[in-house]
Ligand binder design. Structure first.
Ligand code: 13P
Ligand code: SF4
Length: 339
């Protein structure tokens, strides 16, 4: 089925009131969703927009959420850093995190008085699962006195054992802020190597990897350049260093989106999770977005029916064990205090 269908064909199976209330959303995403899905999406979006008002809820969505969530129901979108900042200052009673579990946990740590919900609590992350709090204690014993930087893609327990948090948007700045010759950087081995390439600080890495970004190769980048002449290649720093070296730019998901917004390249390849390409394509129809598609199975667990269910039933609540909460919060707040 072609992606662009006349608006009335997509609306034919949608109840007229719902169609009218969701018409603006449809206009935003029609170029990036299969039209036959709109009759499923529209009533869910309509119900979620109503429930948000009734529950005094705010929906935060990561850049990897699918377009019907990202452009359809989210109040705030962004990378991990932006979502952490926004969660800290949210004043709604309920925060629904459309992202993976560590993002919801971060929101709860930074705004503990709120009811924080995640539509699917099994939305994990291969990086967060690659290391435990006990592993961090062992690392500290092996490298006494060396400060520990924890990527935000970690559990609250790991953050509680670490000195300061970082995201892909500020990793280099965080490492250099410590004024130490050596830093333990966990758990992403590739992000660690990409930071090490830009600093004189000695980085002691852990061996975690993102199951999505690990699959991109430098050969993929060469093939993109051959198949799409003139393409600007943007890569996430969770990719291997040789992929980052072959790209034109590397940065967090927000930095990649900002690059497209500022430079408006005619053709851009996003060497990252696939839904992000759809979200950017919906915003910049004049830019051809090449998507060497790799989906994050965890991010993709979040769906409109699950968001609706979360708001209807006020589940699944995210809680952090009190013995970890204060130290994990301090770890994130040290990062947020850096300007
Ligand atoms: P960003 O902080 O760049 O959005 O990355 C989060 C993530 O999980 C990337 O895989
Ligand atoms: Fe984790 Fe990778 Fe998915 Fe990001 S893309 S949430 S790092 S598994």
């Amino acid at each position: 089925m072609p992606m662009h269908e006349p608006i009335d064909q997509a609306f034919i199976l949608v109840e007229p009131g719902v169609a009218a209330r969701t018409a603006q959303v449809f206009a935003r995403i029609r170029s990036v969703i299969p039209t036959f899905k709109w009759p499923q999406f529209a009533p869910e979006i309509d119900a979620i927009l109503r429930l948000k008002r009734e529950r005094n809820a705010v929906i935060l969505a990561h850049n990897y959420q699918t377009p019907e969530i990202f452009h359809g129901v989210a109040d705030i979108v962004g990378d991990s850093l932006a979502l952490a900042r926004e969660a800290a200052r949210a004043d709604a009673e309920v925060i629904v995190m459309c992202g993976v579990y560590f993002m919801a946990e971060t929101a709860k740590l930074l705004n503990p008085g709120k009811l924080v919900l995640i539509p699917d609590p099994s939305a994990g992350c291969s990086l967060a699962e690659s290391i435990t709090a006990a592993d961090v204690r062992t690392l500290r014993q092996r490298h006494p006195g060396v400060p520990v930087v924890a990527y935000v893609n970690t559990s609250a327990g790991v953050k509680a054992e670490s000195d300061i948090c970082c995201t892909s948007g500020n990793a280099l700045r965080v490492v250099e802020s410590l004024g130490s010759e050596k830093v333990i950087f966990l758990p992403d081995e590739y992000l660690a190597a990409n930071v090490a390439a830009q600093t004189g600080v000695e980085i002691i890495p852990w061996r975690g990897r993102c199951e999505v970004h690990v699959r991109f190769t430098a050969q993929d980048v060469s093939e993109l350049r051959e198949s799409f002449p003139g393409v600007s290649v943007l890569a996430h720093p969770e990719c291997a260093p040789e992929v980052v070296a072959a790209a034109d730019f590397a940065g967090s998901t927000a930095a990649m989106a900002d690059y497209v917004a500022a430079k408006r390249p005619s053709r851009v390849a996003l060497v990252t999770e696939c839904s992000m390409g759809d979200n950017i394509a919906a915003q910049y129809p004049d830019t051809e977005i090449v998507r060497p598609c790799r989906l994050c199975p965890h991010m993709n667990r979040i769906t409109l029916p699950k968001i609706r269910h979360a708001l209807e039933t006020l589940t699944h609540e995210v809680l952090v064990a009190p013995d970890n909460a204060a130290r994990a919060r301090a770890c994130i707040e040290r990062m947020l205090a850096l300007r």
